[in-house]
Design a protein around this ligand. Sequence first.
Ligand code: KPL
Length: 297
Amino acid sequence: MKITVLGCGALGQIWLTALQRQGHEVQGWLRVAQPYCSANVITPDGVTLNQTFIANDPLFLSESDLLLVTLKAWQVSTAVKNLEPLLSSGCAILLLHNGMGTLEELGAIAQPLLNGITTHAARHDDTVVVHVAAGVTHIGPANAEGATLSDLAEVLHHALPDVAWHNHIASASWNKLAVNCVINPLSVEHNCQNGDLLVHREQIALLCDEIAEVMVREGEHTSSESLQDYAIAVMQSTAANTSSMLQDIRAQRRTEIEYITGYLLRRARAQGLTAPENRRLYELVKNKESWYERERI
Ligand code: KPL
């Protein structure tokens, strides 16, 4: 396949190297146009991959079968809307990011649109991307045109296992959102790695009570207990990880809070709920963000 990877951060570099290893033709696409981009990845089994890829070639883009979007949630809709006119009508667009709300921002898209969530864990160490732990990528259709593309899961699975197809990807997205609503802002509040959050059981329960109430009103089958079990399992399996939100706060970058807790609060409001503990954490993260934005001026 011919594949353009939009966004060459940690996840983008992991996909670029994995897809090329599998024999696909790949290019990177960067916000600031460059003819080349490089990937410097240490795989979970300790292999160092150092490769250069072509980048920002509009002809390659127009011939691509897949646009794999690995940007942060808040970058997605603007970037995809800018590239959409350059894509062929059959080019599938796959969004892989934390949080929800980008589909609403994008609105109707002519191309097949797919949404995905991933549990691959990676971090930047200087100029190197350390692919800390292999995970699972769940993908599924986000519009009618995307519904026939289940074979894509098989193709991607060969490059970077595991990849699973879901006809109803929204349920997987909501469950991942719930985990991110618990772990990400809590890790900022306590300034700690994911595993250190296991002691805050009362806070976890309070957050999950509110999240489950919103999810049930949104038509999802869930309970506070099952969300707590899921969040605790992820804290255990990613115990040594620093959450992406805490990494962003420490590096004074914009976080994905608007697409994680912010999305939950928007749905809560639409359902007549207030979710006060989630709101408190949302404001805590927003305050930290605005503090360093003010410092920059
Ligand atoms: O997705 C994550 C993130 O850090 O954004 C979790 C699941 C919390 C793992 O760190």
